[in-house]
Every structure is written in structure tokens, then in C-alpha cells.
Design a protein around this ligand. Sequence first.
Ligand SMILES: NC(=O)c1ccc[n+]([C@@H]2O[C@H](COP(=O)([O-])OP(=O)(O)OC[C@H]3O[C@@H](n4cnc5c(N)ncnc54)[C@H](OP(=O)(O)O)[C@@H]3O)[C@@H](O)[C@H]2O)c1
Length: 343
Amino acid sequence: MRFRPLRTAPREGATLLPVSEPPADMRAIVFDAPGDPGVLHEASTPVPQPVMSELLVRIVAAGTNPIDAKTRAGRGVSGAIAAYPATPGFDFSGVVISTPYEAHPLPPGTEVFGMLPFPRTGGSYAEFAVVPSLSVARKPATLSHVEAAGVPLAALTAWGLVVETAHAHEGQRVLIHAGSGGVGHFAVQLAAYFGAHVVATGSERNLPWLRELGAQVTIDYATTRFEDIVSDVDVVIDLVGNVHDDTGTRSLGVLRPGGLYIMVPSGAWPDYAEAAAAAGVRATSYKVVPDGGVLATLARLLDSGAIQVFVDRVFELSDAAEAHREIERGHARGKIVLRVAEG
Ligand SMILES: NC(=O)c1ccc[n+]([C@@H]2O[C@H](COP(=O)([O-])OP(=O)(O)OC[C@H]3O[C@@H](n4cnc5c(N)ncnc54)[C@H](OP(=O)(O)O)[C@@H]3O)[C@@H](O)[C@H]2O)c1
């Protein structure tokens, strides 16, 4: 029997948007050298060409993350930038323009969201990007592109921390620092979803919201020492580290013997492993994996309402520098997203 390409026989119920040939050039945010947010500027750059199993995607919205700002400043993953000018950004939501083969499961016109391998190739602060097939999934049907763009890196991190590293389960006691941020708000919801007893730190204005997300105990980090409230926790998910008030060191003291300390911001506490060993607890760092299969699972959880994404601020693509200033203030509730196009 002759194979019929999905391009003409889409998955039942799947809606394909019309696609047109990509232009030669596109609008993108670039920086020519590391520096403060002012180094980000708009430029016309060539639309990237997919190779092998990559998809070409038209980006409707680009999510931002602290790693974007750290990298722009010459820290983060800036060491892996092969050449300038570079376009920042990992997260996107958009529409597939071309696929590596006709029967690809995400045919042209499919609305997808995913995480790019920036900085090895171009980033998502642009009108188009090429992305490995394994790093994308169908966009959650109930979410706008702006909402979906806020999901990938932060929710994949939260999944990796809560599900794959902490193995969250009924009765487990988990302390999550910075529960109100991009990663934290997903981590609180996922840990609660899998039955854990969640304690979350945040500032006073975010505590009622953290309880709505599923935290049973909330602690204002500005006024209360968390070690005065909690003890004997099984896992600490530390999204702060020792860059603020020895959050990491103090966390070791609230773990039960043999409990697990997870240090998330790279470099925020270089000596965590030795300190944890001396305290009699286990410790690990963590690195996010751009996994389209996990994104598909997260999409189902988002569409069912089991978890939600909260978008705090939306900036136009041309205002990327302002978005980075907002990231660097460090007080976003949930996500900051760039609107790239209508749709
Ligand atoms: N290793 C990896 O794979 C990986 C992946 C993702 C993220 N990260 C890193 O993890 C960190 C968190 O990322 P993110 O995207 O969640 O950041 P984010 O969204 O910028 O976090 C902002 C939130 O942090 C809260 N916060 C700030 N200082 C705090 C403190 N001392 N105690 C408790 N809460 C505090 C703020 O709450 P208030 O406004 O109430 O102060 C705000 O809601 C970043 O350093 C990021 O680079 C690493």
C-alpha cells in the first residue's frame, strides 16, 4: 500500500494553520558582545536553514529565562557562543513551517512549543528558528502562544527536579525555595500534584498565591528564618543558593539525615557537595533537558487544568532589553514573555 504523507492526512482532529514560504531575512534580537541589557538590539538576520531532523518554526511568542540574561551579560552559557552577533532565547511557541520528511508527526501548520539548543544555534528572540524534532511538542490547545512560550525551560526544569530527581510522592516533604518564580511555580504545582507535602518560600505578596498553587506551608523569606518553621524535610529544591542569605547552607540543616539537597542555579554555591556530605545529606546539581516527550506530558497536564502557567509580564520583541531588566530585578511572579507576532 502506498504511504500517504501526513501533510495531506493530518492526525484526526488536528488543526493545521496555513503556512507560506519563509522569507530570506527576519527580525531578530541580537547582541554583538556581552554586556548590560542595552546591548540587545533589533536586526535583520537570515532565516535559519534546518538540517537533518530539524524543524523550521515561525515563532509567535518567545519565553524568557534568567539564563538568557546571565548569558547576555557574559556569564551563563556564554562560553558556548561560537560567533557574534548572537540571538538569545530558549523558549518559543509557534507554527511548524517545514519538516525533515513528509510524514513527520508534526506537519507544517502544526502549533508547537519547545526549547531551542541556544547558544549552539540561534535563539528564540526571532521570527523563525530551527529546532531538533525531539525538543518540541504540540502546543497545549487551551493555551495562547504567549502562555505556551512561558512553559518549556521552566516547566521542564520543574519536571526534572520534582519527578525525575526528587521522585515526588504521597507524604514526601519537599521545601521549594523561590516557589513564585518561573521554575518554582511549576515545581510547587507538580510536587503537590504527585502528593508531596509542599513548603515554599517567597515574599509576603506571593504567599496566598503559593497556597493556591498547592503549597501547604508558606514562608516569607524576608521576615522569617525557614529553619524556625520546618525540619526533617526529605528534599530541598533550592532555586536560590548561597547568593542570598546563605539559603543553601541553611537548607542542609532542615533536611532529615540522608535527605536530598538539589542545587539548581549553576554557580550559586560551588561548595554545596562538600557541605552536604559533611552534614550527612545527599546532594546534586541539575541541568534542564529539552525533552519533547516530557513537554507533551506537560501539555496534557496544562490542558486538563492540573497545572497552570502564570505569565507576569508580556513585552514586544523590540523591548527585549526592558524584559531583561525585569528578569534581573529578580521578582517576577511566574514568567516574562516576548510577543513576536500576531497569532
Ligand atoms: N540548572 C538549570 O537547569 C536551571 C534551569 C532553570 C533555572 N535555573 C536557575 O534557577 C533559578 C531560578 O529560575 P527561575 O526561572 O525560577 O527564576 P525567576 O523566575 O527569575 O525567579 C524569580 C522569583 O524568585 C523569588 N525570589 C527571589 N529571591 C528569593 C529568595 N531569597 N527566597 C525565595 N524566593 C526568592 C522572587 O520572589 P519575590 O518577588 O517574592 O522576591 C520571584 O518570584 C535561576 O538562577 C535560574 O538561572 C537553572
